[in-house]
Every structure is written in C-alpha cells, then in structure tokens.
Design a protein around this ligand. Structure first.
Ligand SMILES: Nc1ncnc2c1ncn2[C@@H]1O[C@H](COP(=O)(O)OP(=O)(O)OP(=O)(O)O)[C@@H](O)[C@H]1O
Ligand code: SF4
Ligand SMILES: [Mg+2]
Length: 352
C-alpha cells in the first residue's frame, strides 16, 4: 500500500498542478521568450487532521504551491479539489467561501504584519471580508479569545507589532489565520525566520491547535529536520515537482530518491558516533533555472546515480516496480528510474 492510497477522508486533492510564469524580454513590447516553470506537475493528497511536510531547496516552487492552494493565484493547469469539489475555476462568492477554509501562515513575522495596525485590528481584519463569521459587536471578544488560544495575553489587543518578539509575532499571524475557523492551514516556512529556541515553541503551538481544532496542515520548510516532528507524511520537492513522498519512516529511514538521500545526509546528527558512520552526499552543481529545466529526469544534472537513460526518460512519481509487491517502508512513491537500486555514494563523498 502506498502512502497516497492510505489517506482517508481527503480535504485537499492536488492533481497535476502547474504554474508557469511568462519570461519576457524588452521594456515596451515585453515579448514572451519562455516560461518559468515554478510548479510543473504536482500531485498530493491531504487527509483530514493530517500534516503534510513539503520540503525542498530555495526556488523549487514551495511558496508558489502555497499561493495556489490558498487561491491567491490561479494555476496554469491542473486541479485542486477541496472536500471533493474542484475549486480551481471558482470565482465570486463560491471562491470567497473556499478561501475562508484554507488560510496561510507566512514565513516572515516581521514583514507579514502591518506595523501601523494594532494587534486587535490585525487579528480581526479577516472579519471585514467575512462579516458573516463574526458580527461587529462580537469581534473584540473573538479577537481576545484568539490571542488567548495562541498563548498571548488578550490585553495585548491595543499594542503594535513592533512591541513583540519574533515568536510572539508569529503567534499573532497564527491567531489571524485561525480567525475564520479554517479547515486547512498552509504554513509557508513559519519558523525559519525565528531563533532555534523559539522554533520548537511555535511548532508545539501548531500541533496543539491541530488537535484542538481538527486542522489539516501543509507545513513548508527548506529542511527535512524541521518538518519531521510535525508531519504525518512528507513530500520532497525539486524544481517544480514532487520527487518522493511517504510517511515519516519511509522518508527518513528508507529514502529511495537520490535527492532525498542527499538532503537527509545534510541534516545535523547530534550523536558523534552516528555522525562518524554517516555518508555525507555533496550535490554537485547548482539548481538549474526553472526557465531551463533539464530533459528527462530534472534532477540528473546533480544526481550521483545519473546515467544515460536519465536524460531520455521522465521518471513518474510512483512506487518502483520492484517494490510493488513489497509491504515494507521502501514501497512508497519515488520519481527515480533506479529507485530500487542500492544507494552508491560516489568517490569524494565520504563520511562527514
Ligand atoms: N511572479 C513570478 N514571476 C516569475 N517567476 C516567479 C514568480 N514567482 C515565483 N517565481 C519563480 O518561481 C520559482 C519558484 O519560486 P518559489 O518562491 O515558489 O520557490 P520557494 O521554493 O518558495 O523558494 P524559497 O525557499 O526561496 O522561498 C523561482 O525560480 C522564482 O523565481
Ligand atoms: S532518474 Fe536518474 S538522474 Fe533521476 S534521480 Fe534517478 S538516477 Fe538520478
Ligand atoms: Mg518560499
């Protein structure tokens, strides 16, 4: 059984999602000379009450996926189903209603809050767009409740963002995201701008809220170690596509895609003995531009396992044929033509 088929009661079903931006030249005529393939065929399912970690290097398309999920942008192609309904082509009132149910928590708590608004106005602002959720007379009380829920003093309503620490500001952002009682929260690197000591507190808060309100999360991060604690499943993204997806055990203990193996080899290991046994995989070259995606497997220009076939064939995200009858944790989707082969770490990539 793959981790995709094991998702019960899907809230979000994303199929072949594409977002291409036109690449233009010339200031006046702005002639289109190509496309930036920011998101280039993404599939995943998010179950009710589940947390999906979406991980990949800078520029791989994570924030673009986040904006598409929250309907802040329209996809070029593909579908996003919310509780079974295709919401990608909705507009007007129907779109407004779906937008309410999927809310975003942003990366940078310093720039995502308006410095000239009080905390009360920031957290209560969504009610201006959706007055049906809280009539005017009730808003103040609701905002105070939300501050309490995220661990802030309700009397902070009249303060301004600059009077708070980074962690507190992220709590304000979370309170605001909760105001409309969403079912899904898309958290785009919610802890990467925070001190390490504060990161765990914010992750713990998100976990508590998930249980309390039955929320589902798409939790985005650069680093596999950040999402491990909170995610039920993880999707690893490279250059606009998901290259491997699975449960915690499948991804962290039995990765089959060379890119996931490389990302994991860079995760800090506290135990010195385990560290000395570990093989460090150093990826060669730079991430290619999404305006110039390599033929065949898009990871091939940096892959330590690449061979001639990789330039010709596009690997599908699927359980490798060799593992299809296996019940163990290796049997999860991986977009590598040679996923079933034992990992061979190249020369020069020794323990580290
Ligand atoms: N509006 C846009 N117009 C053109 N290109 C864009 C636009 N938005 C994003 N891109 C490009 O799409 C690619 C993916 O960007 P995105 O911000 O989704 O990546 P990311 O994975 O969130 O990166 P980071 O980890 O740095 O936040 C990048 O190459 C980016 O430059
Ligand atoms: S298909 Fe080839 S290039 Fe792509 S990840 Fe697998 S071995 Fe590497
Ligand atoms: Mg981003």
């Amino acid at each position: 059984m793959t981790s995709e088929t094991s998702v019960s009661e899907p809230v979000l079903e994303v199929r072949d999602l594409v977002k291409h931006y036109p690449l233009t030249r010339g200031i006046v005529l702005r002639k289109q000379v190509g496309s930036v393939r920011a998101v280039d065929g993404v599939d995943f399912t998010l179950g009710r009450g589940e947390a999906l970690g979406l991980v990949g290097e800078s520029g791989c398309g994570k924030s673009t996926v986040a904006r598409l999920l929250c309907h802040l942008e329209k996809p070029t192609a593909g579908t996003i189903r919310f509780k079974g309904e295709d919401v990608t082509r909705l507009s007007g009132r129907a779109l407004k209603s779906v937008r309410r149910s999927v809310q975003m928590v942003f990366q940078d708590p310093y720039t995502s809050l308006n410095p000239r608004m009080t905390v009360g106005d920031i957290v209560g602002e969504p009610y201006e767009i959706h007055p049906e959720v809280a009539p005017k007379g009730e808003r103040r009380r609701k905002v105070r409740e939300l501050l309490d829920v995220v661990g802030l003093d309700p009397d902070f309503v009249n303060r301004y963002p600059h009077q708070f620490s980074g962690g507190q500001r992220q709590r304000i952002g979370i309170a605001r995201a909760l105001a409309l009682r969403p079912e899904v929260i898309v958290a785009d690197e919610p802890v990467s701008a925070l001190d390490v000591s504060v990161q765990a507190q914010v992750v713990n808060l998100l976990e508590r809220l998930q249980a309390e309100f039955g929320l589902s999360y798409v939790f985005i991060a650069h680093d596999l170690s950040v999402v491990r604690h909170i995610s039920d499943r993880v999707a690893v993204m490279y250059l606009g596509r998901i290259v491997e997806t699975g449960t915690d055990t499948e991804i962290y203990e039995h990765p089959t895609h060379p890119y996931t193996q490389a990302l994991l080899s860079a995760v800090p290991v506290p135990d010195p003995e385990a560290r000395s046994r570990r093989e460090r995989i150093i990826l060669s070259g730079d991430v290619p531009s999404p305006a110039n995606v390599p033929s065949g497997c898009r990871f091939r220009t940096r892959c330590f396992k690449a061979r001639e076939r990789c330039a010709r064939e596009v690997p599908e995200l699927a359980v490798p044929e060799e593992f299809r009858d296996a019940a163990g944790p290796v049997a999860h989707p991986s977009a590598c033509l040679f996923a079933a082969e034992r990992r061979v770490v190249p020369q020069g990539n020794g323990p580290g």
